[in-house]
Design a protein around this ligand. Sequence first.
Ligand code: RAM
Length: 349
Amino acid sequence: MNIKKVLSICISSILGVSLIAGCAGKSNSDGINGQSKDNSNITYAFVGKEAQNPYMRKVYEGFEKSCKENGATSIYKSPEEATTEKQIEIINQLIKQNVSGIAIAANDANALHPVLKEAMEAGIKVVSLDSPVNGDSRETHIQQADPEKIGRGLIQAAYEMVNGNGDIAVLSTTEQAANQNLWIKWMEKEIEEHPEKYAKTPLVKVEYGEDDSVKSALKTQDILTSTNSKVIIAPTTVGMLAAAKVLKDKHSDVLLTGLGLPSEMAPFIEDGACPWIYLWNPVDMGYLAGYTLDSLKKGGISGVKGDTFKAGTLGDKAITEAAYGGTEVMLGDPFKFDKSNIDEWKDIY
Ligand code: RAM
C-alpha cells in the first residue's frame, strides 16, 4: 500500500463520521461484465463548470484515465464562464456529435433539464458529478461526499477557528450552484439546531464570486469592508485561493477555511492564515464518473437503486437513493488537510 493510500485511511479513521478529514485508445476489449465487445465508436464527454478552473481539470484527469482503461475516447468541454447557457450549447453539440455518454458538473440544477432529457432520449448516458442536476435530468449522480457532513463540518471548523466567538461569512460560487447551495443550507441548519453554541458565531453574509478569481477577490473585499467577520468559509477551490490572496495582501487576521486544492492552499496552510481545509480527491471523482458512464453504456446497469458495478481501482460501487432526489454513487468522505499532512498532498492535487 502506498503512502497516499495509508494517509487517506488514517485521515478517514481519525476524523470518523464527522466531516473528515481523452481517453485515447480504441480497442475491442470486453466492456464491464463483458457485455460489449466493440468500443470503436465510444466517446464520453466531460462538461465542466468553467474552463479556467484547475479543480475541473483535475476531475477530467481521472475521467480521462478511466476512459483509457475502458478503451473509450474522452472529450473535455467547459464554458469560458460558469453559465448555464453555454453548458446548454455544449450539450447540444455533443448530441449532434452522438457521443455515448456525458458527465456534467452543472451550473444550474433545473435549467439543463430539457437538453439533458433530449440527450437521454437520443440514447446518450447522462450522469452529473460535483454539482448535480435534478434526479430526472440524469441517470445517476456522482456524489463527492455527504453534503450534510460537508456543510456541518465547515461551520464546525469555522467555530473552532475563532474559539466560538466571531462572525462568519461565506464566499460561494454562483447563486444557482446546487452543490454549494446545499452545503450552505447544511451550514445554516447546523447553526439553527445549536443556537446556544453558535450564539457568538453567526453566519452574517453569503457572497457569490461566480468561480471567477477576480470577482471572488472583489467579493472577499466586500466581506472585509461590510462585515466584522473573523473567519471566511469558501466552499470553492477558486474562491478559496482568491480569498487567501486578498487576506494576505491586506495583512488581514481574518481566518479562512473551506474546500481547497492542497496544491494551491499549501502556502496559506503553512503560514497559518488558513488553519485547515477539506477536499475529496477530484481525480478519483472524475475516474468514478467515467466508470459509471461505461457501466451504464456497457455493463447492464441503468442507474437505479441497487445497481452495482466495478469502478476500476476504486473497487465495487453501488448506486443508492439520493437524499435530494434520484440516485447517486458516493465517492467517500472528504479529507482534512492541515500543517501535519499538507506537505504529503501538495504535489498530488
Ligand atoms: C470549485 C467548484 C466545484 C466545487 C469545488 C470544491 O472548483 O465550485 O463545484 O466542488 O470548488
